[in-house]
Write a protein that binds this ligand. Sequence first.
Ligand SMILES: CC(C)(COP(=O)(O)OP(=O)(O)OC[C@H]1O[C@@H](n2cnc3c(N)ncnc32)[C@H](O)[C@@H]1OP(=O)(O)O)[C@@H](O)C(=O)NCCC(=O)NCCS
Length: 244
Amino acid sequence: MLGLSTFARVLREVRDDVGAARDRDPAARTAGSVEILATWAGVQAILAHRVAHALHESGVPVVPRMLAHTSRLLTGVEIHPAARIGNDFFIDHGSGVVIGETVEIGRCVTVYQGVTLGGTGFARGKRHPTVEDNVTIGSGAKLLGPITVGHGAKVGANTVVIGDVPSNSTVVGNPGHTVRVEGRKVEGPDSDWIHLPDPVADSVRKLSERLGAVEARLEALDGERSSARVQELRPRRGPSTAGG
Ligand SMILES: CC(C)(COP(=O)(O)OP(=O)(O)OC[C@H]1O[C@@H](n2cnc3c(N)ncnc32)[C@H](O)[C@@H]1OP(=O)(O)O)[C@@H](O)C(=O)NCCC(=O)NCCS
């Protein structure tokens, strides 16, 4: 039943969620709690969910879904009232986040815009991801099915995850592959999942090399320098620019 203890719990959760926004969003460092509550869509979405979830747990019909629906209209974040979300949860920016009915999220988890924690089909029962403590999920990532994302893991932006993710690892790509564990590169013969062959880029590179050679010969023949130069194409390597 709904009671004072439920009310106190929801208040505590909301206070922690506002604190999470201040800790993890550089733009919120100097903002006051009222400003964050009034203008951070991700915080408003989790606030609405805390209330909807408490009502759902207490067996109140219809109202939790209406709250979730109104919250989606206002924030662009859709969270099923039954989803279990731990304290210190932070959704940065908000729009496009979908969190399904049987999702379980631990403490101190950060989710960016466009993340889906969804099912893979029409299965019933536990069909959505379980996300352990201290996980970060980059913008646009899709986590599908009853998988487990281990504590401290990082899921790169736009990654599609359809299998379990080890603790303290980094997973990137589509389908998602583990590229770091405990901060170290994954070793092994087939472990480079980042620099995958790109046949289209290879063809364009070969064409540009041939065009460059043809232009050089033309220049040598008629002594006229072409105004348009073919740029040499090089594969991109090095640190990611995706870090948020
Ligand atoms: C994955 C991420 C969390 C970084 O985690 P990390 O453990 O520090 O990993 P690194 O930065 O060392 O990257 C590991 C490798 O994966 C690659 N990588 C990183 N993010 C990637 C992504 N989203 N997709 C594909 N490859 C990616 C890096 O280039 C790097 O490759 P390298 O081994 O050739 O250097 C970060 O890149 C990311 O995607 N953050 C999400 C940020 C976000 O959504 N911001 C939105 C702000 S509005």
